[in-house]
Design a protein around this ligand. Structure first.
Ligand SMILES: Cc1ncc(COP(=O)(O)O)c(C=O)c1O
Length: 500
């Protein structure tokens, strides 16, 4: 009897919980209302950022950074939550999708189809980790990796993965290089990695993550265009070998973050070949400029590298969270990332496909989002051609802006842009420190939130830096940028002189 009552109570409780949790299955009518509200907010945002003199790129009111909403036991009205979300996300901080975002490497400013590529797999709950659960997702991702490999001239036999970004892709490449050289922890302190002083710090972070914190990271000198000096590279390798160290990896960068310079990859590949070193190419920023015919010569030698990283969430205008790693010898990637034996929880199931390797065999992740959709949708909806054109536009905008600054005679420009980074600094009035003058100029430019750019400190010299990569940035924005800089410089010059 007691048992019967117990079961009855349990059934009652379960029925009650079923009713209470039924709200999690949102009804069609409510889905429509939610979607309508969401689309209204999206449209308001997109209409705004595409106007030339739109809202400031940077909201200065610190109050708007604070979140007011508490996470409460009971539900909050959907419209209120969305409005709050919108106000805090869109109106606070710096907006990467803004056409006047010219700082860092503009990243994560997704086109609408790219954003849908994030949304749809979330709705369809696509589990892209293993072939059995979503063969199409796995094949799409492998097709995208093939496309990237073809772009850089990698022969058959490669494998790759779509990671959350350049840093995770780099970390994985370092692990593969480490394993392929069969390096053991006892020797890590003797292992040497070569890069230039302009290599992205993702390499250093990655080395830590793969357990090689105590390895030696050598920074080679650079030439006057801030490119890695292959003479210095080779000299350092020889010295290290003579000293009993274990040189094993060189990182060449196609588009350094600070200066946009492209290391001489072909020459570096010669050095790597002579000394049997793994060559990793960090093309996170510059990689997709390979789509532009005129830029092909900059990529010569990339096909000789052992691994490469490129960031669709930079050069393909895709929302944040999409990087690509390709390893020339795909088996090496698989050996580093997958286990020799299938975990026992999977025993008896045909999870994997010999023909279509699954992301979890080629990365350190297991459950992951179907990131490939963020690349697949825009590449198909728009076609590759428009990306080629948009990237050409960014290159030309950088050159245009460089020339305009140069023509004034009011700026020093240390480097003709190779990609879409322009470095410059204003000449300072007599007796005024040029570094301080330009630091103040940047502060003035950022102060009213009409533009966002960053600085570049080269040695002990302070420069201003513009990187053109947002798909919304066009000639009128570079004209606006140019006139804002000149206007602020003029004011600063005037007040510096009147203070003198
Ligand atoms: C050259 C370079 N490599 C690597 C990275 C790191 O990429 P992510 O931010 O996607 O992790 C960046 C980021 O800007 C970069 O510019």
């Amino acid at each position: 009897m007691a048992k019967k009552n117990e079961e009855h109570d349990l059934r009652q409780r379960l029925a009650d919980l079923k009713v209470k949790t039924s709200v999690l299955e949102v009804k069609e009518v409510d889905r429509e209302a939610m979607t309508k509200k969401t689309v209204q907010l999206i449209n308001a945002h997109d209409d705004n950022v595409t106007r030339l003199t739109c809202d400031p790129i940077k909201v200065l009111d610190r109050g708007s950074f604070e979140t007011t909403g508490e996470i409460s036991e009971s539900p909050v009205d959907f419209d209120y939550v969305m409005q709050d979300f919108n106000d805090r996300l869109v109106r606070a901080g710096v907006i990467p999708g803004h056409p006047m975002f010219l700082g860092f490497i503009p990243s994560g400013h997704g086109t609408y189809p790219a954003a849908l590529g994030g949304f749809l797999p979330a709705v369809f709950t696509t589990y892209s980790t293993v072939h059995m659960e979503s063969p199409a997702a796995v094949q799409i991702e492998n097709r995208l990796i093939q496309w990237v490999a073809d772009l850089f001239g990698y022969p058959a036999g490669h494998a790759g993965n779509i990671s959350s970004g350049g840093s995770l892709a780099t970390l994985t490449a370092l692990a593969v290089a480490r394993d392929s050289r069969q390096l053991k922890a006892a020797d890590f302190h003797r292992c040497v990695i070569y890069c230039s002083e302009f290599t992205h710090y993702a390499v250093q972070k990655g080395l830590r993550a793969v357990g090689m914190r105590e390895a030696v990271l050598r920074k080679t000198s650079v030439d006057k265009s801030f490119k890695m000096s292959t003479l210095d590279l080779e000299k350092q390798i020889k010295e290290d070998k003579e000293a009993g160290l274990l040189p094993f990896l060189v990182v060449a960068t196609v588009g350094t973050t600070l200066t946009g310079s492209v290391d001489p990859v072909d020459d570096i590949a010669d050095v790597c070949e002579r000394h049997q070193l793994w060559l990793h190419v960090d093309a996170a920023y510059g990689g997709f400029f390979a789509l532009c015919d005129d830029m092909k010569q900059l990529f010569v030698g990339v096909e000789r590298s052992d691994s490469l990283v490129v960031n669709p969430h930079k050069g393909l205008f895709i929302s944040s969270g999409v990087g690509v790693l390709v390893v020339k010898d795909g088996e090496k990637l698989q050996q580093t990332c997958s286990l020799e034996q299938t975990p026992s929880v999977y025993t008896g199931m045909q999870f994997f496909s010999a023909e279509h390797l699954s992301p979890c065999e080629l990365s350190f992740e297991l459950t992951r989002s179907f990131r490939g959709a963020q690349m697949w949708l825009p590449l198909n909806v728009f076609g590759v051609g428009v990306f080629r054109e948009a990237l050409e536009e960014k290159l030309l905008l950088a050159r245009y802006f460089y020339r305009k600054l140069k023509e004034t005679g009011e700026f020093e420009l240390p480097l003709e842009p190779e990609l879409s980074v322009v470095l410059f600094r204003a000449t300072a009035p007599p007796d005024v420190d040029i570094n301080n003058f330009n630091q103040q100029l940047l502060e003035d430019l950022l102060s009213d939130g009409k533009i966002f750019m960053t600085a570049a400190v080269l040695g002990d010299q302070y420069y201003l830096r513009v990187c053109v990569l947002c798909f919304r940035t066009h000639i009128e924005h570079m004209d606006l940028c140019f006139s804002l800089i000149r206007e602020k410089r003029g004011h600063l010059w005037g007040s510096a002189q009147s203070n003198a």
